[in-house]
Design a protein around this ligand. Structure first.
Ligand code: SF4
Length: 371
């Protein structure tokens, strides 16, 4: 089916046609006795799927589980502990608002702020530059968290600060790369994934080719989809057709945004300022070469090196099952705390803190039952 702009990609007739094709493919799998599990890599997909009721269209032998694609959700507690340690030295933190509520080992940045720590919520990385320029006597650290989508605009802070002569700004990097996390999930014998519903915006940067190592004879279907209802249905249709036909290819169902080779300009900015490093992910542990840190020539802007506070290894509250949610091992309602003691007003884990977290999406749209 060719994707055209139809009623904002929400045509009910097109949706019905795609739902019918999805049912046909699922029926072919059912004939072979197959139930399949599809992983929503990106945090925005579960939110859009819940908002548009797409789960209700899926046959019982097709399960959707959430993945590690929400940057707030995969932020490990040690990163928050390090940010708190910086604030306790009198350093001003600048951060996107969600991060204020992510639990560290013992406390959140909100708790730190209540104790007198300075943590400012930002809408843009440029807010951090403004704060640093306005307060030259304060050291300011921006919490640089994100995937490939946001890495280039965030790291651009560094040359901008350099060019503007702003010398009191640095960044605490927690940039993460999606492909190494997909490899870790596929290699985990405890996790069963039959296909990846690949992210839209990340793919616009890294390009469809980045998923080639996960497809092919020993791989799984990898289908890139956008966030409108028909985009998602096209993605699910592509995955199920491949599974029913015994294929495992990379398929780009978001070609109006995702181009071969991705976004070379953004990647050039990333390459100029950053180098790969091992990174810790909440729930997944340390994954080799799954993060990016500042190159040595930009070390004056690296908060870890500038302030001599390396990112710590923290510990998590074992009662929160975010790690298992992120790995697709359980659905949020399987967590005994879901909707009882953990809700968006009293979030115990980042998957309930972030608007794109799987627990928050399930709670907001009333997906309370385990199928
Ligand atoms: Fe963690 Fe709350 Fe989600 Fe349970 S419902 S996994 S406690 S965020």
């Amino acid at each position: 089916m060719t994707m055209r702009y139809i009623d904002g990609f929400r045509s009910s007739a097109a949706a019905a046609a795609l739902a019918s094709r999805i049912r046909d493919s699922a029926a072919r799998l059912q004939t072979d006795g197959r139930a399949v599990t599809l992983l929503e890599v990106c945090g925005t997909h579960p939110l859009a799927i819940a908002r548009h009721g797409i789960r209700d269209l899926l046959p019982p032998n097709v399960s959707l589980v959430s993945g590690p694609g929400c940057p707030v959700c995969v932020t490990p507690p040690g990163y928050i502990d390090t940010a708190i340690a910086l604030a306790e030295r009198g350093i001003t933190l600048a951060t996107f608002g969600d991060m204020l509520h992510v639990p560290g080992s013992e406390a959140t940045l909100c708790d730190c702020r209540a104790e007198g720590g300075r943590a400012e919520a930002c809408y843009s990385p440029l807010d951090a530059l403004r704060i640093a320029a306005e307060r030259p006597r304060e050291e300011v650290v921006f919490l640089a968290v994100g995937f490939e989508t946001t890495t280039a605009p965030v790291v651009s802070l560094v040359p901008r600060a350099h060019a503007a002569g702003v010398e009191n700004l640095s960044i605490l990097t927690a940039f993460k790369l999606v492909p190494p996390a997909l490899r870790a999930l596929l290699d985990d014998p405890e996790i069963r994934i039959d296909a990846f519903l690949c992210p839209a915006h990340v793919s616009a940067i890294i390009g469809p080719e980045a998923y080639a190592p996960f497809s092919g004879p020993n791989g799984v279907p990898c289908v890139i989809a956008g966030f409108e209802p028909l985009d998602i249905l096209l993605g699910l249709d592509g995955i199920l057709r491949q599974l029913a036909g015994g294929q495992s290819r990379v398929e780009n169902q978001y070609s109006r945004v995702v181009r071969p080779g991705g976004n070379p300009k953004a990647r050039a900015v990333m390459d100029a300022h950053l180098r790969p490093t091992d990174a810790e992910w909440r729930g997944l542990g340390v994954i080799p070469h799954s993060g990016l840190t500042l190159r040595d020539e930009w070390s004056a802007f690296d908060a870890e090196r500038r302030h001599g506070v390396p990112v710590l290894r923290g510990h998590i509250d074992e009662t929160c099952r975010c790690g298992d949610v992120i790995k697709g091992k359980i659905r949020p309602p399987d967590c005994p705390l879901f909707g009882t003691v953990c809700d968006p007003d009293h979030a115990l884990g980042p998957c309930m803190v972030s608007a794109e977290g799987a627990c928050a999406a399930h709670f907001k749209y009333g997906l309370l039952e385990t199928p």
